[in-house]
Structure formats: structure tokens, C-alpha cells
Design a protein around this ligand. Structure first.
Ligand code: 13P
Length: 287
């Protein structure tokens, strides 16, 4: 069964750990993440960007695949199916399709407009028992064609959005999607502490989890981050493993060309990455 992310994140905030959001791209990705969560008895959030949703043939296909997998694989840990960086229109589409959680990313709007649109979605999500993530201050880097510049959110604006009754709040603290540049200044812990001071119990979300050093992740969790998004790192691990299989000529041996065999090392690499993150985030055994 799919669940809202509210309960798992409230528990994470009070228990001082974080739940991972791992973005999915296809069946292999979804299966690898769900099986790892089950093996480690960890709650998990499956992230779906608008682009990935389109790639997987639309949100109803994604809901069908994830629900089917939960049943067929006997997954009993809490799983939230979450729209990542959604527009207002796509948040509504995902709600209709049966997602249990959505992110409305209004960070590129003037704050008044972000507040207006977030407020409407709070109402809809509350009525349906779904979790809603909002965002203040664009997060840097490039994801599915959306580009930001490592921005830092205004804590007062964070408070304004948190007070609308959202479930969790993403705020830019110098984090970036994708790989971090050599000259990256690191996370702004002063900003994070100021946001946490003003927003209190609100679970905070750290996007751009790929490549953030372990000590910074731990410090961010100690300052109120309860959800950490990881996407690129699973992609890098998957592709490197599949490349290795082909470079070693394994696809040319026997039935090594079978796509299930070609993709298997990639699946194992995703599992290892997700395991490493769940251990670092502290969500193992917290289902
Ligand atoms: P990375 O791709 O940098 O891990 O970021 C993922 C993310 O924040 C998804 O919203």
C-alpha cells in the first residue's frame, strides 16, 4: 500500500534521521529501490520527475507499476510515491492518478504567487490525506531541463510557506542537483539553522543528495533535515555497472545479450547505492 510521507517524516524528524527519496526511471529502478528498502526495513520515498513520468508512459502507468510491485514483491515497509519538482498542473495530475505525495515547486514564482498556489494544494492534499512538499529558493544545478544556481532561501519566506500547512519544506542552502563543481562552497549551515529555528517541527528536505560528503549530510540531519533526495548517484552507479558488463564482452558470451542479464549489474549497483545512503541517513530498521 502506498502511504503519505507525513508519518515517516514526522518520525524521522523526532528520531533525528532522514528518509531517502530515490528517483525512479523504469521498472528495474523501482524494483531495486523497493527490494533494498524491504531488506533494510527502511521507509522509502520513490521520486518521479515530470520528465521521468512522461518517459514511463504517464502517471497512471507509474502508479500501476508501483502498486503492482508492492503487492507482488510483498513489500511491507512504508512507501510514498512522490512527484518531484512538480508544476501546479502536474501536482493535480499526480493526485488524480493516485500518487500518495506531491511536490509543488513554486520557487521560481514571486513569493506571493508561490504562497497562493501552495495554499490551494495544501487544501486539496489535506482533504485527501496526501503529503505535500513545497519549495522556497531555487536549488542549483540542472534537472530535466530546469536550471538553478545554488541559491540560498530566505528563512522568513520559508516560515511563510511552512505556516501554510505543508508536510515538508525544501529550501535552498547552496545545494545543487547533479555533480558538485570542484569549487563548490558547501552547504550553508547558518541558513539551515536559521530556517530550522523559524520553522520548528517542519521536516526539511535536502535536494541534490548526490556527492554531498557524509559529514555534511550528518550535520544537515542534526539541523532538521528529514528527507534527502538522491537521483544522479543511482544513475552514475547503474550506467558504470552496465558499461563494465559490456566492456568485459559478457553480452557476447552465451545468452549474455538477454536484456535481463545486461541490466542485472546495473540493478545491483542501484541496490548498493541505496543501501549506502539508507545507512548514512539512519533510516535502516525504522520502517
Ligand atoms: P541529485 O540528482 O543531485 O541526487 O538530486 C536529486 C534531487 O534533488 C531530486 O529532486
Amino acid at each position: 500500500m502506498l502511504v503519505s510521507a507525513k508519518e515517516m517524516l514526522t518520525k524521522a524528524k523526532s528520531g533525528k534521521y532522514a528518509v531517502g527519496q530515490f528517483n525512479i526511471n523504469n521498472l528495474e529502478w523501482t524494483k531495486a529501490i523497493l527490494q533494498t528498502a524491504q531488506e533494510l526495513n527502511s521507509p522509502v520515498i520513490l521520486g518521479v520527475s515530470e520528465g521521468a513520468g512522461k518517459y514511463m508512459c504517464g502517471y497512471t502507468t507509474v502508479v500501476g507499476m508501483v502498486k503492482g510491485m508492492i503487492d507482488e514483491l510483498g513489500i511491507t515497509v512504508p512507501v510514498a510515491l512522490h512527484l518531484d519538482h512538480g508544476s501546479y498542473e502536474h501536482a493535480k495530475k499526480c493526485i488524480e492518478a493516485g500518487f500518495s505525495s506531491v511536490m509543488f515547486d513554486g520557487s521560481h514564482y514571486p513569493i506571493e504567487e508561490n504562497i497562493e498556489k501552495t495554499k490551494e494544494l495544501v487544501q486539496i492534499c489535506n482533504d485527501l490525506g496526501l503529503s505535500l512538499e513545497a519549495e522556497v529558493g531555487a536549488i542549483g544545478g540542472e534537472e530535466d531541463g530546469v536550471i538553478g544556481g545554488g541559491e540560498v532561501a530566505d528563512p522568513k519566506e520559508c516560515k511563510m510557506i511552512a505556516d501554510l500547512g505543508v508536510t515538508m519544506l525544501a529550501a535552498g542552502i547552496g545545494n545543487i542537483h547533479g555533480k558538485y563543481p570542484e569549487n563548490w562552497a558547501g552547504l550553508s549551515f547558518d541558513t539551515l539553522a536559521a530556517i530550522q529555528d523559524l520553522t520548528g517541527e517542519m521536516p526539511l528536505v535536502l535536494h541534490g543528495g548526490t556527492g554531498i560528503p557524509a559529514d555534511m549530510i550528518k550535520k544537515a540531519i542534526s539541523l532538521g533535515v528529514s528527507k534527502i533526495n538522491v537521483n544522479t548517484e543511482c544513475q552514475l552507479a547503474f550506467t558504470a555497472a552496465v558499461r563494465g558488463y559490456i566492456e568485459e564482452g559478457k553480452d557476447l558470451q552465451g545468452k549474455g545479450f538477454d536484456p535481463r542479464k545486461v541490466l542485472a549489474p546495473g540493478v545491483e549497483a542501484i541496490k548498493a547505492t541505496v543501501k549506502e545512503k539508507m545507512e548514512l541517513f539512519g533510516s535502516v530498521g525504522k520502517a
